[in-house]
Design a protein around this ligand. Structure first.
Ligand SMILES: Nc1ncnc2c1ncn2[C@@H]1O[C@H](COP(=O)(O)OP(=O)(O)OP(=O)(O)O)[C@@H](O)[C@H]1O
Ligand SMILES: [Mg+2]
Length: 335
């Protein structure tokens, strides 16, 4: 049926609107608030919510215009229901619900992480379970086994910081910009990943992550090296800490591939934009002869097209949200 969906994502600091037809992107626009939050070194919830209010109407207009779609043609409206910042979520969710209600269209609240998980479908319509999907972003690091769409078995997750959070916190400590992931990725490209041997945590667990020990280790290393005047070039430190994060993400993902016998492995979330991670995922997938599906970096970070593709899936199954539903800032994926 490939329903035509207008989709919203406002869980954090991007106001994003898209039009998709099934898993085909018709338009995908966003207004990043990064500059508004940069001077605070992190996202300020109240500022985020207000900025969503300011840009959501014009972005809706842009998304529809670029797609060449009139609201009369829509089959449904989808929006991120959670997890995320409550005020930020409420803006997109309420706006989307109002449009759906006024136009008598079905409305679908989507789990943000299911969006990241389905994002590879936007470029590979034949992406089908069974699969193992690694989700790594600002707030989550999870290994998910997907026996069929809609059934998400979370095999492992972080017991403390998320991978993106580790990148961001370390970058902040190193005096780099916000968000830190892209900055470290850029610096690491000209650094030596073997320069400093940082720890790979929880080696004894097959799927879980821990990144807070790495943070302590990097901070201690830098402080000591500064004192003794032996600090290696910042590029080397960046490449080495990136390698530590990447190594555990890759190892745990492929533990799950091995244990489930999955022949497809996919990824989503901002950290999957990391060049070294993509490179090592590709090498490992190639070595094991499994199919690897990673969205383009722009579809790894937050966007509304991924909410649209997940929304289309639910709409086709007839599972709409009730008008009485609201956002769920602590929404949890799967079982
Ligand atoms: N090239 C990169 N290398 C490493 N990390 C990156 C890169 N690009 C983005 N990130 C990280 O990805 C995170 C943002 O991802 P995303 O937009 O999916 O997260 P979020 O929506 O804030 O969190 P969540 O999806 O958990 O709610 C940030 O922590 C950022 O530093
Ligand atoms: Mg996200």
């Amino acid at each position: 049926m490939n329903p035509l969906i207008l989709a919203y994502e406002t869980s954090c600091d991007e106001t994003a609107v898209a039009v998709v037809r099934g898993s085909e992107i018709m338009s995908n626009v966003l207004a990043s608030q990064v500059e508004l939050h940069a001077r605070f070194g992190g996202v300020v919830p109240e500022i985020a919510a207000r900025a969503h209010v300011e840009s959501i109407r014009s972005l809706t207009h842009r998304a529809l215009t670029e797609a060449g779609v009139h609201p009369d043609q829509l089959d449904g409206v989808a929006a991120t229901q959670g997890p995320g910042l409550v005020g930020a979520l409420l803006v997109g969710f309420s706006f989307a619900k109002a449009i759906a209600w006024a136009r008598e269209l079905p409305f679908v609240g989507v789990d943000h992480m299911e969006g990241h998980l389905m994002a590879p479908r936007l470029q590979h319509a034949d992406f089908e379970p069974p699969a193992v999907v690694v989700l790594a972003s600002g707030g989550h690091s999870q290994i998910v086994h997907v026996p069929r769409w809609g059934d998400y078995q979370v095999l492992g997750q972080t017991i403390d910081d998320a991978a993106g959070e580790a990148f961001d916190k370390l970058a902040r400590f190193m005096g780099l910009g916000y968000p830190g992931g892209p900055e470290i990725d850029r610096l690491a490209a000209s650094g030596d990943p073997e320069a400093v041997k940082f720890p790979r945590a929880l080696a004894d667990r097959r799927y879980d992550f821990s990144f807070s020990g790495l943070k302590t280790s990097v901070v201690t290393f830098i402080e000591k090296a500064r004192q003794s005047g032996t600090l290696p070039p910042i590029e080397d430190v960046a490449a080495s800490l990136q390698e530590a994060i990447v190594d555990v993400l890759v190892a745990k993902t492929f533990n799950a591939v091995e244990d489930t016998g999955a022949t497809t492995v996919a990824g989503g979330g901002g950290v999957l934009a990391n060049r070294r991670l993509r490179e090592k995922m590709a090498a490992e997938a190639n070595r094991r002869g499994v199919r690897l599906l990673l969205p383009d970096p722009i579809l790894c970070t937050d966007n509304a097209a991924m909410i649209g593709v997940a929304g289309a899936f639910h709409l086709e199954r007839g599972d709409y949200s009730a008008w009485s539903e609201s956002v769920d800032p602590a929404m949890k994926l799967g079982r």
